[in-house]
Design a protein around this ligand. Structure first.
Ligand code: GCU
Length: 595
């Protein structure tokens, strides 16, 4: 019987979501998988000849007259996971189609379904298994999977994926960014094996506004919809039977005495969900995060966020970061700064990054790349952004570390933009009522001498306001101006200063008044933080940026050389003066807050 994939598309449940659910399989690392990482043959195809050439057939000439103008076996190798730009100097600037091919052998088994799972592919991906199209995806930073149960063979298989990172103004992000457009299969690719009916996705979190009730849902995928799922949290003495309805959806609420997750005590519990003899396990922390007036409240107590912003760029080797090692180095530096918070800019970072933040006790701001100018009036662009938001939330909605969903960064104040972003804010709330919705705003006016006022209608719709300001870097202000400046933020909401900063190549020393010197950068931190902490609604900050990173917009020879130099650490791991300035300030804040 042709196996019918029944993906449950009903989210009628009053509490959780109203949008077509993500088709993402949650917590793949907790399932039976076969890695497809490693060396893949790759054809660089600037004119996308491969579509007409049917490269997905992976064909060899049948006879001496058969014209086949491609040959994966004779083509160079690209490593997966990994972007192509940092793997080969001749591809550093390459933006366009690349065809990847992986051959692998597999033994099929009864009552097992198989999916191909991609951690991410930048930007557009079309996948073919054994010459048959299995699916396509757009968005460079969200995970996706395709069922291949009926396409997979017993024995030899070949998987061909066309990845195209061409930029256009209608995409998300649009065509202008201050970060490198790394292309490729940038995260893990794996074959996932699941039973005929399996737990596809689930939420196990503290109920919104509660410290002693766990609630959530499970969603089954497969024929046996009306089933029972057993939720167990042995460390909390919890064992609960959840009945799923005809849509395979089941909800639960469990009064519970639970040890709460926090930066000082990043407590994680082993959680398992079993159905039909199949069990999936996860590590989940339980914490509540709220905005009460201008205060951020973690587990019922006010908290001030000591943070830093960072890109998902690999230290030392450059390129898109993807490995546990990359993540440990980056978040290790964040902890070294005495941070309790990190802004993962400007797109969802890899899953092992947020799982590591869970373990290290770092609160996370996660963002979709609605960045600068975007095609606000284009409904396809909006759908694309909604899909990326849904999939970002679906992947990380069990991460205690993730407290903020950000729907945009530095977008122009126009009616079309407001309409666009209000849809995303609404989606985020429907999809996840337990976290706070924010965005990084940068529209400030000088409302009086030495007075700056944030003026952005979007702020009305956010739970928490993000502010990016670059006084004395992109403005002619001096440090004295900063010292005299008062900010008014006319919203009774917590304020996170999501960006400020200055550029300085490591080792460039000089007067504290001279830009590009480490002294100027360090001074910037001193003056900015004094000014910002006076703002009544100040609830935290994430200065720009942890580490120097590649940018196609940074062209000053000998100083930038395609690098944004606002890092507190160089891309070679060298700590600049400002690193120690911020570290000292955060040590002081930590000691005075007692946490
Ligand atoms: C912007 C933007 C960043 C950028 C930074 C900079 O605010 O959000 O992506 O890199 O400023 O100019 O360095």
């Amino acid at each position: 019987m042709k196996r019918i994939l029944i993906i449950l598309c009903v989210l009628a449940a009053p509490v959780f979501g109203a949008q077509a659910p993500s088709t993402l399989i949650a917590n793949v690392s907790g399932r039976t998988t076969m890695s497809l990482n490693g060396a893949w043959r790759a054809i660089i195809d600037p004119y996308e000849t491969g579509i007409g050439g049917k490269f997905y057939e992976n064909r060899k000439p049948r006879d001496k007259r058969d014209l086949v103008e491609y040959d994966f076996d004779g083509s160079p190798v690209l490593k997966v996971p990994g972007d192509w730009n940092s793997q080969r100097a001749d591809l550093f600037f390459y933006e366009g189609p690349v065809w990847y091919r992986k051959t692998f052998s597999y033994r099929k088994r009864e009552h097992v379904r198989e999916f191909i799972y991609f951690g991410a592919a930048n930007y557009k991906a079309a996948a073919y298994l054994n010459g048959k199209k299995i699916g396509e995806h757009q968005g460079g930073f969200t995970s996706f999977n395709f069922e291949v149960t009926d396409t997979l063979r017993n024995g030899e298989n070949f998987l061909v994926v066309e990845v195209n990172n061409q930029r256009t103004k209608d995409e998300v992000p649009s065509s202008n960014t201050d970060f490198w457009n790394y292309g490729g299969l940038t995260r893990d690719v794996s074959l996932v094996e699941v039973p005929e009916t399996f737990v596809q996705d689930y939420v196990v979190q503290l109920t919104r506004g509660s410290l002693n009730e766990i609630s959530g849902w499970v969603r089954l995928n497969g024929a046996a919809q009306t089933s029972q799922v057993t939720l167990e949290i042995p460390g909390a003495g919890i064992k609960k039977l959840i009945s799923t309805d005809s849509e395979g959806f089941g909800e639960f609420r469990i009064p519970s005495k639970i040890e709460l997750w926090s930066p000082e005590n990043p407590k994680l519990y082993k959680v398992s969900l079993s159905t039909g003899g199949n069990t999936i396990t996860d590590e989940i922390g339980f914490r509540s995060i709220e905005a009460r007036g201008t205060k951020l409240i973690l587990n019922g107590k006010p908290i001030v966020l000591r943070g830093v912003s960072m890109h998902e760029e690999a230290p030392f080797r450059g390129g898109r970061a993807f490995s546990q090692e990359d993540d440990q180095t980056l978040l290790g530096w964040v902890k070294e700064l005495h941070c309790n918070f990190v802004r993962l800019a400007h797109y969802p970072h890899n899953e092992s990054m947020t799982r590591l933040a869970d373990r290290l006790g770092l609160i996370v701001w996660s963002e979709i790349p609605v960045y600068w100018e975007t095609a606000w009036e284009n409904t396809a662009t909006l759908q694309n952004a909604e899909d990326q938001l849904r999939d970002m939330i679906s992947r990380d909605h069990n991460r205690a570390s993730v407290a903020f969903w950000s729907v945009a960064n530095e977008t122009p104040v126009t009616p079309a933009r407001l309409t666009f972003l209000k849809v995303l804010v609404g989606d985020a709330r429907k999809l996840d009522s337990t976290r706070l919705v924010t965005a990084a705003l940068n529209h400030a006016v000088t409302s009086a001498p030495n007075t700056k006022t944030l003026a952005d209608p979007l702020a009305e719709f956010l739970d928490v306001i993000g502010l990016n300001e670059y006084m004395a870097w992109y403005t002619k202000d001096t440090f004295e101006d900063i010292d005299r400046t008062k900010w008014t933020i006319p919203y009774d909401k917590p304020l996170i200063v999501s960006e400020f900063g200055a550029g300085a190549p490591f080792g460039n020393h000089g007067e504290a008044e001279a830009i590009w010197t480490e002294e100027y950068q360090a001074s910037m931190y001193d003056h900015q933080i004094k000014m910002l902490r006076q703002i009544p609604s100040f609830a935290g900050m994430s200065p720009w940026v942890l580490m120097d990173f590649h940018s196609p917009r940074r062209l000053l020879p000998g100083t930038q050389d395609y690098m944004n130099r606002k890092g507190l650490i160089s891309d070679r791991g060298q700590r600049k003066k400002a690193f120690y300035t911020l570290q000292e300030i955060y040590r002081g804040m930590m000691e005075s807050s007692g946490h």
